[in-house]
Design a protein around this ligand. Sequence first.
Ligand code: ADP
Ligand code: MG
Ligand code: MG
Length: 254
Amino acid sequence: MLEIKNLHARIAEDGTEIIRGLNLTVKDGEVAAIMGPNGSGKSTLSYILAGREDYEVTEGDILYNGESILDLDPAERAAKGIFLAFQYPMEIPGVATMEFLKVAINAQRKARGEEELKIPELLRRVKEASSLLSMDMAMLKRPLNVGFSGGEKKRAEILQMTLLEPSLCVLDETDSGLDIDALKIVSEGVNALRSPDRSIVVITHYQRLLDYIVPDSVHVLYKGRVIKSGDKSLARQLEDNGYAEIIGEAAETV
Ligand code: ADP
Ligand code: MG
Ligand code: MG
């Protein structure tokens, strides 16, 4: 599904290298967690996967279903079923959330060669997904993310993700700013999306989220590369001992 090979990337504006030889493979149906201290490049990796122009890939490749996506723009990547839920969701003033969802869903369907969704069916799906995420339908009349609380923004992201039915989901710090009830609800939303033909990459700082979204693999990102991979027990180990031990081990082998 997703294969990142020796990826090097820098900030376009000033040439600072942030991603430095990153390797990561995520299989179909796999839920992979990416952890790592602040400033490791986790969010940068999500922006690069999305195809943001402020970053330049200088070496390596990103393969999605065996094909490089480096030449695709963000809309083309989305059309291929890649969905990114960002750490800081963008506010879209002037467009009601419901209208935004309708446009996004139909653009996605068009890209897949499917017909537009009829309004009643669209409403039915939105209602079902909103109720799963305990979201009030009244919120959908408001402009997307404008004035939404941190928790509401994260729910709105998972709502979009649920409705767009992507094949690859990348969630950057979806747990940040969530209280424990919201965390459970959002996690249930993500877990409902687990499927043998969908891969999910969960970027998080804390083990806490991984108590609810139990990952198949855990990868530690540090200074722009994966320095250790393991199963869910690695996340526990990090929670107990912090990153210092693993960073020390990695320093010895470099
Ligand atoms: P993480 O999400 O792991 O906390 P980030 O990807 O946000 O890390 O950042 C990685 C490093 O790259 C940090 O040192 C950050 O300051 C730097 N960085 C990322 N994007 C930019 C940018 N556009 N301009 C300057 N520095 C950046
Ligand atoms: Mg950070
Ligand atoms: Mg980040």
